[in-house]
Design a protein around this ligand. Structure first.
Ligand code: HEM
Length: 457
């Protein structure tokens, strides 16, 4: 139990002090000044996340309401249920399969950039390079629009995404700016935030309008056997427009909420995940070489385009991504507003209306769940070692509100890692000890992560 003053005033101090409190006060602690109770045991997380009564998201999501309004990530109750039903088929494997060509094409461009501009430097600041890549892939897969970053409009979109990220991070560690009134009075970036949101909304609205003009009906796969057999590559937006025209179950406002949600969740999370993973691989050459051997074994010719099916066979690479996300989960905490009184497994009674934070980062470093938990050991995720893994101590969460984009994320990560690791050997610059994680809406470091890329002969 504690007050906000003890948690520090900088993003890195708050991050470290929460970790410290998580160890000291396991399985639960509250910060009275901001009325948040942090839950650390996976059994308590399961109690909360598996009960639909606690389906409403907590305070932090207020931050993104202006931008995302009430899309899948932020809505609750029956609206959330309806949206989850509409959106689940959008992540069906028959749709994901089509995205592999987008991932391949963009990964190739990323490798070219690294070869031409970056790898002669003594190190690459990976976040910026990766953001460009993930924004392009999510724009093409979610909206069916290529972002080129050469024209003013695309540059404006990228800058607005960047600005809003910075402003949200500021508001997280200045909790008096969480409510709109506090934000208006005490945040000098209030109007900048408004402007960024306007740019983001205008961009998505323009794309939706354009797409609607040339709309051709696209069928949503209804189940595992109903595989889409069309010739044109579909974007998630095509499927949402089909759901609107065909079934009338979503309107333009709803479509915009969801496209904005994908644009946000679908790029920042993967940029973060890849940045940390490149750093880990640079520091674990044996793992890097084992991935390379797997690639040689599965693909033989490392210059050919990867297919969806071949990517499924990269089991070791998949374990590496899971293990990297265990150590550095992009979504490192989530929050809920309790819908009724909750008796925790450790004997505490949390009243209805309590704001709870579920601290995923600490849970993943709990030695009872993951022995020798600081060690990067991909074999933790071997099927036989997962048998007793707690399902709620997992980077994509569990239960009915788990990450809908998890297969998309793993697939995109695999494609880009294959592209990078076949062309470069990664050398360490930053290490797990040198990076400084900070509190933000997703996991970030104080300075950009640095890695050296050495071309493979
Ligand atoms: C490494 C990448 C990712 C990680 C670690 C991650 C993690 C998570 C977690 C932990 C949640 C649960 C949030 C909560 O309960 O409050 C979540 C939800 C969600 N994620 Fe992801 N995510 C990733 C990538 C993606 C991608 C690529 C997309 C979309 C293309 C996506 C879309 C969503 C959405 C829409 C939700 C809300 C689901 C709902 O409430 O029904 N995520 N994610």
């Amino acid at each position: 139990m504690g007050n906000i003053a003890g948690f520090g005033t900088t993003a890195e101090a708050v991050f470290q002090n929460v970790i410290k409190a998580a160890k000291e006060f396991y399985p639960i602690f509250s910060v009275y000044a901001i009325h948040i109770t942090t839950v650390l045991s996976p059994d308590d997380c399961e109690l909360i996340l598996s009960n639909p009564i606690h389906n409403e998201k907590g305070f932090v999501y207020k931050l993104i309401h202006k931008w995302l309004r009430f899309g899948l990530l932020t809505s609750f109750g029956t609206k959330w249920q309806t949206r989850r039903k509409i959106l689940t088929p959008v992540f069906h494997f028959s749709i994901l399969r089509q995205f592999v060509s987008v991932f391949n094409e963009q990964a190739e461009q990323l490798v070219e950039t690294l070869k031409n501009e970056e790898c002669n430097k003594s190190y690459v600041k990976v976040n910026s390079v990766l953001t460009q890549f993930t924004l392009k892939t999510i724009s093409e897969t979610a909206m069916g629009t290529k972002l080129e970053f050469k024209n003013k409009k695309d540059q404006g979109y990228k800058k607005a995404v960047h600005d809003i990220g910075k402003i949200l991070a500021y508001r997280v560690i200045h909790p008096w700016c969480l409510e709109e009134i506090g934000n208006l009075l005490f945040n000098s970036s209030f109007f900048k935030e408004r402007m960024a949101v306007k740019i983001l909304h205008d961009s998505t609205s323009a794309v939706i309008e354009e797409k609607e003009k040339i709309f051709v009906y696209a069928e949503l796969p209804k189940d595992e056997h109903d595989v889409y057999k069309g010739k044109r590559r579909l974007a998630m937006l095509d499927l949402l427009l089909s759901a609107k025209k065909n079934e009338g179950i979503i309107d333009n406002e709803g479509i915009r909420e969801e496209v904005d949600t994908f644009m946000f969740e679908g790029h920042d999370t993967i940029t973060t995940a890849l940045s940390f993973m490149l750093m880990l691989l640079a520091n674990n050459k044996d793992v890097q070489e084992r991935i390379y051997s797997e690639l040689v074994e599965i693909f033989g010719d490392l210059n050919k385009k990867l297919t969806y099916n071949e990517l499924q066979n990269l089991k070791y690479l998949e374990r590496c991504t899971e293990e990297s996300l265990r150590l550095y989960p992009s979504v490192f905490f989530i929050t809920r507003n309790l819908g009724e009184d909750l008796q925790t497994t450790s004997g505490y009674l949390l009243p209805k209306g309590t704001q709870v934070a579920l601290h995923i980062y600490s849970m993943h470093r709990n030695p009872d769940l993951y022995p020798d938990s600081e060690k990067f050991d991909p074999d933790r995720f071997l099927p036989e070692n997962c048998q007793h893994r707690h399902p709620y101590a997992y980077p994509f969460s569990a239960g009915s509100r788990n990450c809908i984009g998890q297969k998309f994320a793993i697939l995109e990560m695999k494609v880009v890692l294959c592209a990078i690791l076949t062309k470069f050997i990664l050398e360490p610059v930053d290490t797990p000890q040198s990076i400084v994680p900070v509190v933000d809406i997703i996991l970030r470091t104080k300075d950009e992560i640095k890695v050296k890329f050495v071309p493979r002969d």
